[in-house]
Design a protein around this ligand. Structure first.
Ligand SMILES: Nc1ncnc2c1ncn2[C@@H]1O[C@H](COP(=O)(O)OP(=O)(O)OP(=O)(O)O)[C@@H](O)[C@H]1O
Length: 257
């Protein structure tokens, strides 16, 4: 059973068809890359999964169960966490404050005191092997781009998210920080999370993804295992929506015609 599955999803904005008959899936333990050119529909797809946009057609299933996602709270309740490119972290709060921001989602922890929160935040970072954030009492405004990504990803672990969607997590990062964040992405999947990585960076995608889904003009050109494609093939799919005679497996070739 797929952790997240979209079947025949459609979404239009007035006359603009942003998504049409989109099939997509993400499995626990996998990093599933979602790629496509500008305007292909990636953000729209992510917003549908996050309950920000309502779909016009098709269905979204979590663990095989069809779900009605009418608002972000619905997605949060299902363990879906979106880490946006612009990172909705509060600059004026420290790492602990940010990791517990929005804790009203889980009433059980509402009464936690500062010491317990500090301990849980540190433990979560340590369990992910994060050593770059030196103090959890550091204000987020003073963190580097990579550290901010780390905190945002660790937050999803703290809240036991089942499906984590990372929107361009390395876009603003240098080489070393990119490597650290990709490491963290891998570790997140290894913990059994279904990770969806939205990215324009083919090096990142080829390095860390298990599965690659290519959107082309609002349609899913194909979704394939990474080991079954080359970077050149992925780029061709992104730019033309077709794989040509590149020897894709039969089940994925059908989707590109
Ligand atoms: N709120 C909206 N109203 C009208 N059209 C929209 C809206 N949101 C997206 N679109 C249109 O839907 C299509 C898909 O856009 P989307 O932002 O999902 O693409 P994208 O793949 O995320 O692109 P990029 O990589 O440039 O961020 C585009 O044609 C866009 O203009």
């Amino acid at each position: 059973m797929k952790t997240l599955e979209l079947r025949g999803v459609g979404k239009s904005f007035g006359p603009v068809v942003a998504l049409s008959e989109v099939d997509f899936s993400a499995e626990a333990g996998d990093v599933t890359a979602l790629v496509g050119d500008n305007g292909a529909g990636k953000s729209t797809l992510v917003k549908c999964i996050g309950g920000i946009h309502r779909i016009d057609a098709g269905e979204i299933l979590v663990d095989g169960e069809p779900q009605q996602l009418h608002e972000p709270r619905d997605a949060a309740r299902l363990g879906i966490e979106i880490v946006h490119q612009d990172l909705a972290l509060a600059d004026n709060l420290d790492v602990v404050g940010n990791m517990f921001l929005g804790r009203e989602r889980v009433g059980r922890l509402r009464t936690l005191d500062e010491n317990t929160m500090e301990k849980l935040a540190s433990q979560t970072l340590a369990s992910l092997g994060v050593r770059t954030v030196r103090s959890v009492r550091q204000r987020v405004a003073s963190l580097s781009g990579g550290q901010r990504q780390t905190v945002a990803i660790a937050k999803s672990v703290l809240w036991s998210s089942k499906i984590v969607i990372l929107d361009e997590p390395t876009a603003a990062l240098g080489v070393a920080q990119t490597e650290q964040v990709l490491d963290l992405v891998r570790r997140l999947a290894d913990r059994g999370v279904a990770v969806v990585l939205v990215s324009h960076n083919m090096n990142d995608v080829m390095q860390v993804a298990d599965s690659i889904a290519v959107l082309f003009l609002g349609r899913m050109a194909t979704q394939v295992r990474r080991k079954d494609v080359t970077q050149t093939q992925v780029v061709e799919l992104i730019t033309s929506g077709r794989s040509g005679e590149l020897g894709l497996p039969a089940e994925s070739r059908g989707a590109t015609q």
